[in-house]
Structure formats: structure tokens, C-alpha cells
Design a protein around this ligand. Sequence first.
Ligand code: ARG
Ligand code: ZN
Length: 874
Amino acid sequence: MSTAETDAQIINPEMPDVPPHAPSKINLKDYQKPSFDVETVHLDIKLFEDYAQVNSTLKMVRQTTGDIVLFGESLELLSIIMNDKALTSEHYQQEDGKLTIYEAPDEVILDIQVRISPQTNTALEGLYMAGSGDDTMFVTQCEPEGFRKITFYPDRPDVLAIFTTRLEADKRYPTLLANGNLVEAGEVADAPERHYAIWQDPTNKPSYLFACVIADLDVLTDSYTTSEGRDVLLEVYAKSADIDKCDVGMQALKDAMRWDEVNYGRAYDLDRYMIVAVSQFNMGAMENKGLNIFNTACVLSSPETTTDARSFSVKAIIAHEYFHNWTGNRITCRDWFQLCLKEGFTVYRDQSFSADQQSSAVQRIDDVATLRAHQFAEDAGPLAHPVRPESFVEINNFYTTTVYEKGAEIVRMIANTLGPDDFRKGTDEYFRRYDGQAVTVEDFLSALSITDDKIEDFIDWYRQPGTPVVSGSQTYDSAAQTLTITLNQQTRHVKGFDAPKPLPIPVATALFDKDSGAIVAERMLLLDEATQTFVFENVASEPVVSLLRDFSAPVQLNYDYQDADLAFLLKHETNGFNRWQVTQMLVNRILLQSQGAKSSPEVYLEALAQTLPVLAADDAMLAARLLDIPSAQELASAIPQDYDPVLVKEQRDGLYQQVADKLKDQWATLYNDLPMQSYEDSAQARGIRALRNVVLDMALTANVEGAADWAQQQYDHASCMTERFGALKAMVNHQLPKANDYLTDFYKRFQANDLVIDLWFSVQAAADDVTPVVIKSLIAHTDFDWNTPNRVRSVIGAFSSQPTVLWTAEGLKMYTDVIKKLDDANPVLASRLLQVLARWNTLAEPRRQMAHEQLTDLRKNVASKHVLESLESV
Ligand code: ARG
Ligand code: ZN
């Protein structure tokens, strides 16, 4: 016993040796099966003016020894009855959000009555009120642990039950929805102003998939017949003013339903599929069984109000939530450590779906760009964690790009290693074996390995944090006509984890003949040791090697290229993704010279000048992407210490300027060759609009004569939001004299549409020349609203993308003040915003010290375990 022990501990040896309110850690290795299963749940939710009464009846059956453990938070317990006997405090203990019932018999009927306050629930978890004034609605968000804010329940994903839900409310909320099928609805006896509805969900499900909605909504209706012959009623619910923006989502739903039948043999399993749009939501959307709830930003779409990029992501998110019906709902997670089991696989599935809706090269570019900008940064910083974490304080903090996007990359590597036929055999086996169960990543790998047991080796990808760095070189032996490629892998040792070991890394490789530009050999190299050599025979002359084609693994690649090799590859690589990847490599080698890379801009600029005009006519979307320069955040993630945000921005802007100047004479032709046409939602039309916006910005950067007029013309004659917003953004970022007039016009035109006003806020908050004063005035604007996460993100999230403002004493103070303010009201949102500051530790002084001061101050002023856990790590 150490001398530092407190009196309390000496008196009571049971006292934990942690401070009384330090949030406790949950560990994967401590997993235990629940003592009781729930067979059926009857929920009765009565909504009143300023509270809701929730009565539940649980039929529970013992599985193993132990007490009944229910979770509950922010609940007022009115009564609890077990097998018709009212329980008093001697039968149970209530502590730290847990209600433990002692000495329960093997079969139990529990009747629990609680009162909750959805009207004051600002955390947006559990049952909460959205909207304000006359325009309110009530919705739920239960993943991951929101159900315990509705009633006491074994709220964990491995407890599956059949739910029946009765909803009762005032008739001014005509829309009463819950999971499954509507079995009854009617008036409430003795209360003519009230009505009710009873819903029954025939599928066994965990509580995190429960949902209900009490609202006044319009509905768009359609139908779909599954490959199994089931007629499904499809409904998208939204406020009446938004119902005209639901067709895109409805079509995407039908496309996704068909796609899952064709590609995975999975058909929908209920008679009804509902989607509800809500304007206050912490995340994008939620896959509740048969009743998805969506952030309005992720479901509403119309040409006049929604950019192409947004509209495309609406379709992807609709598909994502639909695909969860099999990967997540029918087969769910044993515990929250397995979150990637459903998210990684489902993201892989939605990425594959999206790749079928546009050019697959552009889809891969966008997915890899996101991964590199956000996931690589996370993996390089203090918040690095394995795709399957081993411990957490607050699971909400682990809905990360590592779990989602790196999780998807692992499934992609497995799919590519197996090839389409064996991957399909593996997924069929997964659905056959585990349907209706709550399982683990190991179960997933075991099903996928039925044709190849090496697949089980991928488990280390789930366990080990950090982005592997693959370095390589080649030697050519002209006498033997062999090319030898040597590759090695290295992963940084992340604090708190075992020393890294080599992972199985598939490296898609092609050899290009220098004279003809043709591919002479193509192979998937599997690098699964620290260092390995791979020999190619019969290679007639020294080729140029293209590695990691299609980004075959989520790694950082360093290969001893000459600039000329890269210029060669940019010309000869056979697909758009690989060409883009070459430009990114060149840009990184130009901009990160201080990091030991070595490229002059000339090769890059020359290659762009040659490629762009041809490509613009051919594949406009790809041409637009080829002009991508990685964001400051992505560049920063490659700088291990002494990161100077001002310098990085200057260098990045400098290169952008050089590109603009290099092609100065061509912008006018390019712009005019992309005339505005009436709106069409095709890949080609979207490509033209994307490229036109990029060209407009380049032309303004190069000071091309007349470009300011193009911007105004484009705004004035816009056929859709992509054109109008592209023009507005260019005017704002280039500080054109008319920019303010156009901002005013934009505001007036779209005042009634929250999602467009979000754009109006974000274009100003993310402007190139934004200052703390501007941010403050946006926060003070009458339309700013702390209770609407979309609005908060449109200002605070947008501003954090400007590192030169964020990483100043004033910027940091403003940013941490926001977190303080949200800590109590909406800790999920507060903690997510805080994660942006994760890389403060690598800043050059004096900024590092400034950040340290603000974070120290923040620590004294927050209380949520969400924010505290994030602070602990950053
Ligand atoms: N399962 C949802 C999705 O990815 C995300 C819900 C997360 N919600 C939360 N509060 N963390 O589709
Ligand atoms: Zn998901």
C-alpha cells in the first residue's frame, strides 16, 4: 500500500483508487455476456406539454448467473414492479447510471415507469424536441447509448428483443411513427384532443436501433418490389416546405435496394421503410430499423438549393443507412468496440455503390482524398486509435474517420485480395452464419476466410494504430533482365500500444515500358514482412514502376522516383485515379521540401499544362480533380513537429498561384468551352459544373481580364446551386468589389431555407481572408443558433478549416469558448469540435504555448466525460 492512499480508502478498501468523478474506462477484454436476455418489450410513450411519461414492460429470461443490470440516465424513476411486486430500494441499487436488481428469479416481467423531459433535452440523444415555437417535433437518437435516456433498459447491442411501441400525443402532432408495422391507431378515450398509434417490429433488435417520431410532417410515398417478391411501402417524411426536396433521396433509396440485391444478394425484409428529415441532429443519419432518421442536410436535395457535391452525398448517405439493414441491423455488433464491424463494411458498401453512379476513378479520388486529409491526420496525432479500439470512456468519441474510413479500407483490401467471386462467397457465408446475431470482427474475418485463411491475418489491421509508411526502391539487372523491387514497412509506435508489427499490405504494381508507355507486367505484391524483395523476370529494359495503384492499401508511400518518372506516369497511367495520385505525389514533393522531399514545380506545371486541356473535353470531373492541391490540414499531417500554419498556407497558396499563372492564357478558352446549360443531374453535367467552378477560381487567381464579370454572370444566370454558390464563393474568396452585394442577394433569396443559409454562413466563415471579427459577427447574427448543430458547424467548423486564424491566441480562445459553451448542452458536438485541435502539440512556438494555455483553461471549465476524455488525449 502506498502512502498516498486517502483515509477513505483505508477505511473502506472497496473504494476505487480513482478520484470520485473521474470517468471510468471500459475495456474490450472485460466483455461479459449479459445475465438476462430480453424477449419482448412493450413501450408506451405519452407526450405531454412539458414532459413525457414512459412505461415499459420487459419480459426477461436468465442466461447466466448474476443480477439484472439496467442502464438509465436523466430519468425520473416513478415505479418498478417485478412479477407484480413493487420493488423498493432494498431490492435494487441505483448508481452511476446503472440500476441493479438483486436476486431476480429466472423469468421476470418488469414494469417500469419513468418521466423524461424531451422538451429540455439539448444533447440530442434519447427522445428530444427539435425546432422551436410552433414548429416543433420530437425524434429519437439512440445509437450508441441514447435509449437509456428514454427508460431503464439493458442498453447494450448484444441484447436483442421484439419491440412493440405505443405513442400517444396531442393531435397537433398527427405523425406518430415507430419501428416496424403500424398495427393500430385511434383516439384516446376521455381525451378528445389526443391520439395514439401502436407499432410492432417483428425483428429482434438491440435498443440502439429503436426510433420514434412525434411530429407534423408531410410524406412522399413510393413503392418497391424486392427480388423476393415483397411489396414495400417507401415513405420520406419532411416538413411541408421541404417535401419537394425528397425525390432525390427516394430515387437513391430504390437504387440502393436494387444494388444490394444484385451485389450482395440482400433483399429488404419489412413491408415498410421510412425516412424522416430533422433539422437538429448531431450526425448525418441513423439506420434505425425500418425508420431511418436523417439530418435534413443529408436527405433534402433540389437543384436550386443543393450543390452537386451535397446532392451526391445525400444519395451516398441514403444508401449507407439502407445498407446497414443487413450490415448492422440483421447482423449487429456484440459490443461497441466492434463498431467498425458495421461501419467499416457499410462505408465500403456505400463507396462501391457510389462508384457505380459516377466514374469509379473520381469516386476513388474523393474517398482517398478524405482518408488522407482526415484519417491520416488522426492516425498521425495524439487521438490515434486502432480501427477496433481496446478501451474507451465515452463511445461517442469513437465515431471517427479511423473507425469508418480506415475500417472501409480494410474491407476493401480483403475484397481485392479475394477477388469478386471469393469475396461474394465470403459475404454470403457471413450473412448465412450470423444473421440475427451480435458478433465480432473475428467472426467477420472467419466467414470471409472460407476460401483463403490468410484473410484472418488482417486482424492486425484492426488492432494496430498508426499509418504504415511503405518505402521502396528498385534495381534493374540488364544482363539477367530482372527488375527487383525492395519494399519495407514501418509504423510509428503509438503511445500506450504494443510495438508495431508488420501488417499484410497489398501493393498493386505495374511496370511501364519507357519507350512505348505500355504496361509490361502487372502484379499484386503482398508485403507482409518488415522488408521484402520482389523479382520480376523477363523485363527487357528498365521500366517505370507504378505502385499502390488504386490506393491498394491505406499507407503512406515513399519511392525513389525521379520527377521525370512521375511526369511519365501522369501521362501513361491507365486510369484516372492513378493519374491523380501521381499529381498528389508531385505536389507533396514540391510543398514538403522541408521534409526532405525534392521536386521542382516545373515538371508538375508542365505536365498539368499538357494534360488539362485534353482531359477537360474528355472527363471534366477528373480534370477538376487533377487541379486539387491537398488542404493545409493534410499537408500539416506530414509535418511531425514545428508546424507553422502561416508558412504552409503561403507555400500552398504560392503553388496554386503558379498553376493559375502557368495556364493563364488557357482559362478563358476553358471557361467558354464549358457553357452553362439547363440543369441536368448526370455525371457529365456535374463534371462540367465542377470544372467550370475550378476554372473560374483559377482565372480570378491569375487576374484574367473579365473573370470578375464571368463570376457575376454565372451567379445571375445560374441554373442551379452549384453554379450560383460556385460564383459566390469565388467572389468572396477573391474579395471582389461586388462580393458583399451578392452575399446580401443570396441571403434574401434563400432566407427561408436553413440549409442554404448554412452555406451563406460557411462561405464567409471559411473565406480566405476571414478574421476573428467576422466570425464573431456571424455568431452574433440573429440566424445563428447554438441548438442547431448544422448551424454551429457552418460557422465554427468552417472557421477551423482556416489554420492561420484558428492557430492564433484570439482564434484559439474563440474556439475553446465554443467548446465550453457546448460542453453541458451538447457534449457530443463539443467533443467532436475539440478533436480538431488534436495537433496543437506539433505547432511551432509561440503558437504551441498559446494552445497549451487555452487547453489548460478549458480543462478547468468543462465537465462532460466526452470532452474530458478528448482533452485527456489531445
Ligand atoms: N450509425 C450512424 C451511421 O453511421 C451514426 C450514428 C452515430 N451517432 C452518434 N450519436 N454517435 O450511419
Ligand atoms: Zn453507418
